[in-house]
Design a binder for this molecule. Structure first.
Ligand code: SRM
Ligand code: SF4
Length: 566
């Protein structure tokens, strides 16, 4: 980039951070309840965000004075492919009670989030996460984030384990090498400052001194089960399986959901095929893609800094040529392969080795006890008795693996005892829904999301039943702003927080497989008018669909104008 371009201030924060140390250690010990503005950027690389409880902004004390605002932190663990042991999952549940707000969140990238952690408990929280062999480093920040992978634990087909092993390799290969994280969180307070002062840089072979221009996301998927929404990632690996073997991957590049309505140049995008790579070439070519983004991505405007904008500016031909320069060989054109389906993995399934796995729906990812639905206690009871491996899905659900068939009745009983719904009790609408946290923790939320979607689903579920459409698989994702954390631009229906007063943009025409972007059907729709806006569309779908046509395909075929004409 030309020297005249003014770099974003985050670039200087990164450059002068002594490999992500900054003044974190001092500020942690300062007794303050939060970090300075510069360090608020740095903490993201360490896997946490500074937040406040936005509900509390409007609360008053008994004497009418405003409740004092309290800073707290969201702490994210990255969990490649969503794989955890029972002990790790139970420990995160314990941490949410000991230091957090009593809830644990399964994220849309198969990670875990604690909310409401106070400054004085940050070090213990992060240290304990590392002690259970999870980590928060690079869960956020301008680096490669959690690597997603299909979590289905099938054992009769080696491809599933091979994909998971590949996701682990990617996570390890693209992990920042700085020792600063270890020094700050894992050494005791006395030794820590000395180590920070004696800073010696280590080699950061991929990221260099200023890391990436922006966050970077990777996922690994199968063409017949795009449960990780691979095309929404900066870089995806779609496995090419022939005769039961992974022959290689189609690398897809430039996906991303975030957009800013006021910044006209921003847009959501699906990743496009770049090349076919053999298993041996996958990491070198992946590294070349990351390095091209590192060296040519926009470092002055963070709104335009994701890989998708570099590719939009250059075109695929120039991008491909540059990747070839970095990896040192000609790329093979992508294989002709289509993404054909998706599975939410909910319910009981044969694993293929005589054991079973069970996918348990966690509505919008929030594990807590509320009323009759006691998910937190239920998971504790089940995993306390049967400490089986756990996997997290990109639709915010939890899979329990390796279950002996003889244990199934007791697990079913424990689920019933804790109000946890079996697959048969859930509509497909609810199973394929997802929502981001939004209020009250997300500082960027303009509307509710996680707390609003269940009620909206109740209404839409009833309407679909009335029309005899209850068995349709229709995916609905909601977010509290256009950043798109629950990937609202790819499913059949997307609700995107647009303005205060609970007003949403409604997207239609995506699909459950995540291969098509929806279009804006209506803007600024109040939550209370969602049913009356979509009800007529459902009716037309019933009346005018072609045989076997899905709701998303129907909306895409008719398009906005025909659908709006009613
Ligand atoms: Fe996200 C920022 C939550 C997946 C796009 N995201 C945020 C922050 C950290 C808000 C902030 O910057 O202050 C949110 C914290 C809320 C809270 O209180 O917890 C947040 N994002 C989440 C999670 C927890 C949503 C969820 O329902 O699970 C997901 C964590 C995943 C993980 O484990 O790593 C999460 N975020 C996503 C996804 C989905 C995905 O990656 O598959 C996207 C869209 C894909 C993409 O990246 O384009 C996404 N988050 C964003 C963006 C927009 C980025 C952009 O390019 O414009 C922001 C804002 C930003 O980066 O400036 C954002
Ligand atoms: Fe926050 Fe917006 Fe992401 Fe929802 S989509 S978590 S409101 S940044």
């Amino acid at each position: 980039m030309s020297d005249e371009v003014k770099l974003h201030k985050n670039e200087s924060i990164k450059e002068h951070s002594r490999q992500l140390r900054g003044t974190l250690a001092e500020e942690l010990r300062s007794g303050s309840e939060g970090f300075s503005a510069d360090m608020e950027q740095m903490i993201k690389f360490h896997g946490f965000y500074q937040q406040e409880d936005r509900d509390a902004r409007h609360q008053k004390n008994a004497d009418g004075t405003p409740v004092q605002r309290q800073t707290s932190f969201m702490v994210r663990s990255r969990v490649p492919g969503g794989k955890l042991t029972a002990a790790q999952f139970l420990s995160e549940l314990e941490l949410c009670d000991r230091y957090g707000n009593g809830t644990l969140r399964v994220t849309t990238r198969q990670g875990l989030q604690l909310h409401g952690i106070l400054m004085q408990d940050l070090k213990s929280t992060i240290r304990e996460i590392n002690e259970i062999k999870l980590t928060t480093i690079a869960a956020c920040g301008d680096v490669n984030r959690n690597v997603m992978c299909c979590p289905a634990p099938y054992k009769n087909n080696p491809v599933f384990d091979q994909l998971q092993a590949f996701a682990d390799c990617l996570a390890e290969h693209f992990r920042p090498r700085t020792t600063g994280y270890w020094e700050i969180w894992m050494t005791d307070d006395n030794g820590e400052q000395q180590k920070v002062d004696e800073f010696q840089p280590v080699e950061e072979p991929i990221y260099g001194a200023t890391y990436l221009p922006r966050k970077f996301k990777m996922a690994v998927a199968l063409p017949h089960d795009n449960c990780v929404d691979v095309l929404a990632n900066d870089m995806g690996f779609v496995a090419i399986v022939e005769r039961g073997q992974i022959q290689g991957y189609n690398i897809v590049v430039g996906g991303g959901m975030g957009q800013t309505p006021s910044a006209k140049k921003t847009f959501p995008a699906l990743a496009k095929p770049l090349a076919f790579v053999t298993p041996d070439q996958a990491i070198p070519v992946g590294e070349a893609v990351v390095k091209v983004q590192r060296d040519y991505g926009n470092r002055s405007d963070r709104k335009l800094a994701r890989l998708k904008y570099l590719i939009a500016n250059w075109g695929m031909e120039k991008f491909t040529a540059e990747v070839e320069k970095y990896c040192g060989f000609r790329l093979t054109p992508p294989r002709p392969v289509e993404i054909t389906d998706v599975d939410d993995h909910i319910g009981w399934h044969e694993q293929g080795d005589g054991k079973l796995f069970l996918g348990i729906n966690v509505e919008n990812g929030r594990i807590k006890d509320e009323g009759k639905l006691r998910l937190k206690t239920g998971f504790r009871a089940i995993l306390g008795k049967f400490p089986v491996p756990v996997r997290l899905t990109a639709l915010q659900a939890v899979i329990l693996c390796d279950i002996a068939p003889a244990d199934r009745p007791e697990i079913d009983r424990l689920m019933r005892e804790h109000g946890m719904a079996a697959a048969e009790e859930l509509s497909l609408l609810r199973r394929y829904s997802a929502a981001c946290p939004a209020w009250p923790t997300c500082g960027l939320a303009v509307t509710e999301s996680e707390r609003a979607l269940p009620g909206v689903i109740d209404e839409l579920e009833a309407e679909l039943s009335r029309l005899g459409l209850a068995d349709e698989r229709i995916a609905i994702h909601m977010t509290g702003c256009p950043n798109g954390c629950a990937r609202p631009y790819t499913p059949d229906i997307g609700f995107v927080g647009r303005a205060a007063g609970e007003k949403y943009t409604i997207y239609l025409g995506g699909n459950v497989q995540g291969t098509r972007l929806g279009y804006v059907f209506k803007d600024y729709v109040p939550k209370t008018e969602i049913l009356q806006t979509l009800g007529p569309v459902f009716s037309r779908f019933r009346a005018e669909r072609t045989p076997g046509e899905t709701f998303g395909d129907f909306c895409a075929r008719l398009g906005k104008d025909a659908l709006s004409a009613g």
